[in-house]
Design a protein around this ligand. Structure first.
Ligand code: TYD
Length: 196
């Protein structure tokens, strides 16, 4: 039986990584085969994107094209083969990240077009926090900032995610405790598994 493809979305500092770690742990403890992955991916284009972001290159036309290429490679060569083996694949960010982040400077319709070869997820979960909370959490980490992590940019990303809410299946309140968040996430994932 084909597995389930889940994308988790949110602004920087929203807690997608912790959420995914907790949800994956629960699912593995309950004997599901789970693969956790992230975008930018670990493939060559994804590594190149991280290098660009780290060195302050924020051109969203170039990033849009690179992310779309990385996404198609990621889906066809990593995600889909595992879905065919019945895995639950959880991706930390996917198409909506491009629409929200590169959408700050680029046209939505063009971004949708160049991402149209990457298959949509079965379930999209959005973790909602505002840019001030995201900023507070990123500052606590104390690591070097990417170009995408500046406050005024994040504010626009929040606005774009708001416009995209009709493309999300589940919206979770990112101010909840990590335990409560993963509990709610697991409920939604199990509901989806039972309905397919
Ligand atoms: P992320 O892995 O969340 O950041 P980090 O590893 O530094 O915690 O993603 C890196 C950045 O890339 C993040 O700011 C969001 C951005 N991004 C885009 O701009 N477009 C995209 O399509 C994706 C997937 C990520």
């Amino acid at each position: 039986m084909r597995g389930l493809f889940i994308a988790v979305e949110g602004i920087d500092g929203s807690g997608t990584t912790t959420f995914i770690k907790n949800v994956a742990q629960f699912l593995r403890n309950n004997n599901f085969n789970v693969h956790v992955t992230t975008e930018p991916s670990s493939h060559t284009v994804g590594r190149y994107i991280r290098e660009r972001l780290g060195s302050g290159k924020g051109d969203n036309t170039i990033l849009g094209l690179l992310f779309a290429a990385d996404r198609v490679i990621h889906f066809r060569e990593e995600i889909n083969p595992l879905l065919e083996k019945g895995y639950i694949v959880i991706s930390d960010r996917y198409i909506l990240s491009s629409l929200a982040y590169q959408g700050v400077d680029e046209e939505l319709s063009w971004l949708e077009q160049i991402n149209s070869r990457a298959q949509n997820p079965d379930l999209t979960i959005f973790i909602e926090v505002d840019e001030l909370e995201g900023e507070k959490r990123i500052s606590k980490r104390g690591s070097k900032r990417d170009v995408t992590e500046k406050l005024d940019f994040q504010k626009k990303v929040v606005q774009n995610y708001n416009i995209l809410k009709n493309q999300m299946d589940v919206i979770l309140d990112g101010f909840l405790s990590p335990e409560k968040l993963s509990e709610l996430g697991v409920i939604e994932i199990l509901k989806k598994i039972r309905s397919t």
